[in-house]
Ligand binder design. Structure first.
Ligand code: BGC
Length: 765
């Protein structure tokens, strides 16, 4: 260190601008780090452990296990400095009450941080995240997260356990609904948009909340799509498929990460030093804190990688799981571990510092009550602008997969529409799982939406067809199932269809058929729905299927029974209005599938980003090529697919150069013309194939860019992409994450299975 710098640091030190920690001799210059260090130096061990401990509101359980089931008052514990955070406590008044105890009655006045699962809205509910990914609209995803944050923050919350950025390639896994689906790039883009949306530009503002990238890592890759099952995965796949969306979330500024429930190659993610310390902190430079998933520390006993809470505590500290969500492990074990010199106080200080740092960033030390303002809560929760946005965003997420003889859009005038199905009048399914603080049955139903759109101009005849029933096994959340035995409504439904010009059927999944612990082996239409559809088909009336779903479904057996298929997902509060806009053509559908819809569940996992085989598929049934004997290799609907009421033609693909250096930017231009009769948006997709690896086989295609463009009818738009060598990086044979010189095929298409233009280019060393 030169003398000038030394003198400068000395002056700063004297003036209190920097601090040199006693233990590490590290010079601290960051003002927040300085405040953290000063506070830390005053804390007792008990208070430090308190910061590492998060309790759930005992009356709101979002996880399994008995720890917090007993109603108890936490007031004294807060006063004693034994609580760092709560989850599931919300509302301006209650958070203020608890915050007052922490700030005014505890010895050091350290504010609490209140976390909650704000996954697709707080009270104004947006489409489930998988649906939002189908919009391929970065600003829509960001706006939905922004509004969710505004409402959550006005309700006393500081922190959301979102976004979930788990790449999910198995639609049996119910939590596929919480993320952006099967593709790495789309998950990255969604992660960035959502983190920016939740956190805004400045975390200390009262309308921003800290994001949490979860579930680190590989939770979506559980064996056979069964929730919480083990994950067996190569480091290469972790680095190329699973990690990139987490890294993108981190680079976008995600303040926190959540460690996952699952084991990865035998080691629980929540006790995984390699994952959380070596990769997340040392390699990627993550400075925020890691919270465990709900009792994921405690669950190590069941995993069987440790035999006591003491050993769990050791693994948790060594891995750097800073905050224990409902495991209550650190409370009892940290002191013992320290006494036995199994861990050091420096380790604990580091963990606590990371938590305090986020509390400082949120502005909680400057104004601990800025989030608890009941006036703001009343003003902002379900603000009309939020509802408007929820409708706008929802309509962008619907995916049109079939439209025979241009059945859609339907005219509003003079037609009789039969609206049939168990989800037609249902106001709950559209809200979906992880619904924040939404009221049950608070969505605009499809019936209400169609009626509002048609008014007196036409007629809607409604029939339920088959009923929803209460599921007696499910007591965690009220849960509706589709009837499997009661056909008493069929006759009325058939009659409704007979009287109508066209039938809209509302079928699919109810709210809690996707989400946590909602894995299904059978992902086709449940109960009597397919049978009902077949009965209605016999009337010969044209059928539009409006599908409600939190996951890709297998529709192979029923697709022929429909003339049009609109995938509506679980669209949120404004569901019915948004769907009506698309059905009647006030909005031209523009969504694309974020995950493949299998032809048969036996294909799962089925996704487009495959390696080729040494025996690539060939149609000859006698040939020894990679294929099923009984079904096609391809999904029924591939990733990226989605139709419009208009047609788009692609032309004029131009690359700025056919050779690209490692530092160059390759500009790609393509023209897209709207040749149909409606204005519309198209999601132009750019895929790349690295034609020959140096010793390592490469996927047949990988999405590397997309642009969603509005094109008026008859208009042509120029769409531009930029590709950098870094976009082509992967884990090479030499183990390095880097691009590799060679020849690439660039493909532009409207779907992963509809490539319209191609061009080769060369990447040079
Ligand atoms: C889920 C997390 C969630 C947590 C808190 C867990 O069961 O896996 O995603 O954030 O509960 O509700």
């Amino acid at each position: 260190m030169n003398n000038l710098l030394k003198n400068f640091l000395f002056v700063c030190l004297v003036m209190g601008f920097v601090n040199v920690t006693a233990q590490t001799n590290k010079v601290i210059t960051d003002p927040i780090d300085l405040r953290v260090a000063q506070l830390l130096s005053k804390m007792t061990l008990e208070e430090k452990i308190g910061q590492m401990n998060q309790y759930s509101n005992p009356y709101v359980q979002t996880g399994a296990g008995a720890n917090s089931r007993q109603a108890q008052s936490f007031d004294q514990l807060i006063e004693d400095g034994k609580v760092g955070s709560f989850l599931n406590v919300l509302g301006a008044n209650e958070t203020r009450r608890l915050q007052e105890i922490a700030v005014e009655k505890s010895r050091l006045g350290i504010p609490l941080i209140f976390g909650y699962d704000v996954i697709h809205g707080f009270k104004t509910i947006f489409p489930v995240p998988l649906a939002e990914a189908a919009s391929f609209d970065r600003s829509a995803m960001q706006q939905s997260a922004r509004i969710a944050a505004v409402e959550a923050a006005a309700n006393g919350l500081h922190w959301t356990f979102a976004p979930m950025v788990d790449v999910a390639r198995d639609p049996r896994w119910g939590r596929i609904m919480e993320g952006a689906g099967e593709d790495v790039y789309l998950n990255e883009q969604a992660a960035i948009a959502r983190v920016k949306g939740f956190q805004g530009d400045d975390l200390s503002q009262a309308n921003t909340i800290a994001a949490c990238a979860k579930h680190f890592a590989a939770y979506g890759a559980s064996i056979a799509g069964r929730d919480y099952a083990a994950v067996d995965i190569s480091e290469k796949t972790l680095r190329e498929v699973i990690f990139p969306p987490f890294k993108a979330a981190l680079d976008a500024g995600a303040a926190t990460f959540m460690s996952a429930f699952n084991t990865i190659n035998g080691v629980p993610a929540s006790g995984n030093k390699w994952l959380l310390n070596d990769v997340l902190r040392d390699e990627w430079g993550f400075k925020g804190f890691v919270v465990s998933d709900w009792n994921s520390l405690g669950e190590m006993l069941a995993h069987g990688n440790v035999e006591s809470n003491y050993e769990i505590g050791l693994q948790g500290v060594e891995a750097g799981v800073d905050m224990d969500m409902e495991g209550r492990i650190y409370l009892t074990e940290v002191t013992k571990l320290l006494n036995n010199k199994m861990i050091t106080i420096e380790q604990i200080d580091e963990m606590v510092s990371r938590i305090l740092r986020v509390k400082f960033q949120l502005g909680l030390f400057d104004d601990p009550y800025q989030y608890c303002d009941s006036k703001k809560q009343a003003e902002l929760t379900m603000h009309p602008d939020h509802l408007k946005a929820a409708r706008e965003i929802a309509k962008k997420t619907f995916v049109l997969l079939k439209n025979e003889k241009q059945l859609l859009p339907l005219p509003k005038n003079g037609k009789k529409i039969a609206l049939i199905g168990p989800l037609a009048k249902d106001k709950d399914a559209p809200i979906g799982n992880w619904r924040g603080n939404a009221e049950s049955n608070s969505a605009v139903s499809l019936l209400e939406g169609l009626q509002a759109a048609v008014g007196d101009r036409g007629e809607i005849i409604y029939a339920e067809g088959c009923k929803l029933v209460n599921n007696p096994i499910q007591n965690f959340f009220s849960h509706l199932d589709i009837n499997t035995t009661d056909r008493s409504g069929f006759a009325e439904a058939v009659k409704a269809a007979e009287q109508a010009d066209v039938v809209v059927m509302a079928l699919g999944e109810t709210a809690y058929m996707s989400g946590e612990c909602r894995s299904y082996a059978d992902i086709s239409l449940k109960g009597l729905q397919a049978e009902l559809l077949r009965e209605i088909r016999k009337t010969g009336k044209p059928i539009v299927l409006a599908l409600f779903n939190g996951r890709p479904m297998v529709l192979t057996d029923i697709i022929d029974q429909t003339d049009a298929l609109l995938v509506c997902w679980l669209p949120g509060t404004e569901s019915g209005h948004a769907i009506a806009e698309v059905i009647f053509g006030d909005y031209n559908p523009s969504g694309k599938l974020p995950a493949s819809f299998p032809y048969h569940v036996g294909q799962v996992p089925v996704f487009y980003e495959q390696l080729n085989s040494g025996r690539p598929f060939e149609p000859n049934p006698e040939g020894f090529s990679t294929k099923y004997r009984d079904i096609p290799n391809e999904p029924l609907f591939a990733f990226g697919k989605g139709m419009s009421y208009t047609n788009f033609e692609y032309s004029g693909l131009q690359l700025s150069n056919s050779i690209m250096g490692m530092e160059d930017v390759l500009t790609v231009n393509v023209s897209v013309t709207n040749t149909g009769n409606y204005d519309g948006e198209e999601v132009v997709q750019l895929y790349i194939r690295d034609l020959v690896g140096k010793g390592m086989a490469r996927p047949v295609m990988q999405l590397k860019g997309f642009e969603k463009v509005m094109i008026g009818k008859g208009e042509t738009k120029l769409v531009q992409f930029q590709i950098r060598a870094n976009d082509l990086a992967f884990v090479r044979l030499d183990g390095k994450w880097a691009p590799e010189a060679g020849e690439f095929l660039l493909m532009i298409g409207s779907s992963s299975d509809e490539i319209l233009l191609k061009e080769k280019f060369v990447l040079k060393d």
